[in-house]
Every structure is written in structure tokens, then in C-alpha cells.
Design a protein around this ligand. Sequence first.
Ligand SMILES: *Cc1c(COP(=O)(O)O)cnc(C)c1O
Length: 494
Amino acid sequence: MYFVSTRNKNCRVSGAEAVVGGIAPDGGLYVPETFPTVSADERAMLVGMDYPQRAAFIISKYLPELRDGLEQWCEKAYSRFDGDPAPVVKADGKYLLELWHGPTHAFKDMALTLLPYLLTGSKKALKRKDKTLILVATSGDTGKAALEGFRDVDGTACMVFYPESGVSGLQKLQMITQRGENVFVSAIKGNFDDAQTAVKKVFADSGFKDKLAQYGYNLSSANSINFGRLVPQIAYYFSAYADLTDCGEIEDGEKISFCVPTGNFGNILAAYYAYRMGLPIKHLICASNSNSVLTDFLASGSYDLHRPFHKTVSPSMDILISSNFERLIFETSGRNDALTAERMKSLCESGGYRIGAEEFAKINSLFKGYCASDEITKETIGEVFDESGYILDPHSAVAVYARGRYEKDFGESKVVTVCTASPYKFVPCVLESIGESVPADEKKALEKLEDETALPLPDSLKELPALEKRFTGSAEKDAVKDVISDYVSSHRTE
Ligand SMILES: *Cc1c(COP(=O)(O)O)cnc(C)c1O
């Protein structure tokens, strides 16, 4: 299996190289040269497997060179979850795929508990001995999940940059109290797009990368631009389908839809990859908050950045430049690398691009877009809690609202709504949404949500307010390279 860059198909690498490199040298994203398929027989086989086996099976289709280690790695990664890593539950007769039972309580754990194994295994396959510097721009949840995943992993260091006032109080606390010898966290003065652009610039700077190499470091990414981050996410779509077949909710072969709360387009792109692999999918519903650039694209065929950036109650989706959208338009343009490169240039230089009618129709036949304001998001949390006792986090609530709108437009059908975070990561918003006051003390607020709902408060969050705050610095967005230089020069490899 080979991977090519979305911006130049002649740039062709193995899966191991794609995982270690993160992003292609031309700034493009690695995509599989062809999509492997999962047959009906294989789908039936998945039903009898547990989650780690299902994940290993799907991932080995893309990374066959890592096959020997995969089952054991998945076993280890998903043993860090509290029970089933990706259960489908029913609330009020609707299916919810809960992806937040991992160590940091957001869906990023689905991939980031496993990525260190994929990376270490890939380096071994390539006989690489240098240290890997994992560089992360985070809108809140990736940072913590990457820090936890790479904490004290041999041969790696992990540096995380988050927007100074763009993450929830608890998300920030999770990151700045991170333990481990090989981790570093800094705020960036700016929003998530600023942080992501600053980090992408570092990846594109070959002179800087040479400098890092002199210190014994090679750069890689734990953002969903890295294929190794994306591939574990494909597995849970197959797993949800297997679970629904297993309990007789659907017939094998029956088409279902997935509704995904979307920011950087990584989660829903993984659903699209599952579709391309043959999973019976009818529609993919792209749910956005008031940063509705994708909803607007799906209505107009124009990707337009000329708009204000909104800080919302679902901060992990406060994104205007959805990186993984590049992988989708690479496919829908007929894998036209030159055109993809041109569109990305236009996005960067003139703030947008428009696609043609035929391609637009193709995208629209599969993707449906809806967005929710903060007010609607909070109302949704309140309504669902009143009606079913189920407590949603704001990101998942955006998707539940979108599903409702979709059902109005297309009729009742079988839709699985993806839930991406524990409500405990966003306590003030959730308490307000169910009509409760918010205690100023963080620990009391967490305990109040536990009292009001039946959901047990995880120990790792309970102890958080008492931990030492290790990383309190904040950098200008132009200073990211300096911060990295300082870190590597003071952490030279022997
Ligand atoms: C990252 C994240 C999202 C958005 O996922 P993308 O893959 O970036 O589209 C949604 N909800 C939560 C809670 C997240 O952490």
C-alpha cells in the first residue's frame, strides 16, 4: 500500500513513511493510493470481534507492514478506555456512538492512544533512530490526548500549542498540568486557525527542519493531517455498523447515515473513507457550530473564509480552515493534484475557492450540512436531558440538533449521531443548559454536574484542580519556531 500527496501524486511513500512524516514535503496531505475494501463476509466477521480486533483488522488494510504488531497495540491502547471504547447507545430511540470513554474524555483518544504505537512501529520498520518531535496545534482536545498518548514514550517529545482564550477552562487545566518528562505546552496569542497556521509553517520550513535534525529531532504531527491519526478513526464506523447488525437494529447491507460534529473535518473524513471501503452509508451529515464555513460550502459550492471567527460553547469546532477538507476535494475532483494544490493556494492567498457544478452535485449527494448557534446548542442539551435524562456535551449537542434538522428534511431514517466529548469537559455550559447555576470553584462545579445527572465523574478530572500548573507560558504566533528551538536545544539527544 502506497500513499500520495494531495498536491503531487508523484510524491509517493509507504504507510510507515506517511506516519513518520506526518505531512508531505509539498505541504499536501498523504492519502491512500487506492481504497482497500471490506467485503460483506468480512463485515460479518467483524461482528464476532471485540473493538481492538476490529480496529486492528481495519487498520491493517492500510498499514499491512505493521500487521504483526497491530492486534497487540490495539489491545494495549484500548485497554486504557473505561469499558467498551466505542459503544452505540440509544437515547429517546436515537442511536448515539459514544467516543469519549478514553483517558482524556474526548474522541481524540480513539486515535491518540494508538498513534504512539503506530509511530514507533513505523520508525522500527524504517530503521529510523532519530527522535520524533510531535508538534500539535490544538483547539482543546487533541493537545491533551496527544500529551497523554506520547507521555514518556521512548524516542519522542510532544509540544502542544493552544489558542490562549480559545479553549474551555477544563481543557486548559488538563494540558497545563500534564505530567511526563518529554512534554511541553504553550498558549499562542491568537485563535485556533492562527495556531494551526503557525504549526503548518514550521512543517513547511525545510531550513528549520534541518536545524532540528542537527539536534537529533525529526518533526511529525499528531493532528489529523497525519494519516496515522486518521486511520484508527475509520474503525469505529465499521464497529458501530457491526454492533447495530449484531443486535438486530439493522439488516446487514442496509444503508445508514452518520451525523458528525465537525471542525477540522478529520472525524467525518474517516466516515467517508469507510464509505469508500464499502460500508453501506446513505448520508454523512456534517454538523457545525456558528463557524459554519462547511454548512455554507455544502449549500453554495464556495469555500469562503471572509467571515468573522466566532468563539462558541463548542470550542473544539471553532475552526474555519478545515484541513482534512483537502483530502475530500482531492477525491471529488477526480484525484486532480494540480487542481487541489491550486485551490489550497487560493484558500491561503485570497481566502477561498469555488468548485464546479458537477463536483458540487457529487459532494451533495453524500454530504448534508447543518449548523447550530450557541443558543440552539444549549437548548438541545436541555431538551435532550429533560426528555431522556441523557446528558450531552456541547459538541455532541450540535450534532443532535443537526440530526433533527436532517430528519425533517429527509424523513426519519437510521442515523447514528457521533458523540465526541464527555460533558465534564464543558461543565459551565452544560450546567447552564439544564437550568443550573455554575459554582465558581472548579471542583464544586464538576461535583454539581455529577449530582444533577447520573453520569459518574471520572477520577482523572476530579483531581485536576489540585494538580501543579507546570506550563503557564504564552507565545506570539510568530515566535513558535523560537519556542521550539529553545526546547530542542535544551533537550539535546545524546
Ligand atoms: C476535535 C473535536 C471535534 C471535531 O473533530 P474534527 O475531526 O476536527 O472534525 C468535535 N468535537 C470534539 C469534542 C472534538 O474534540
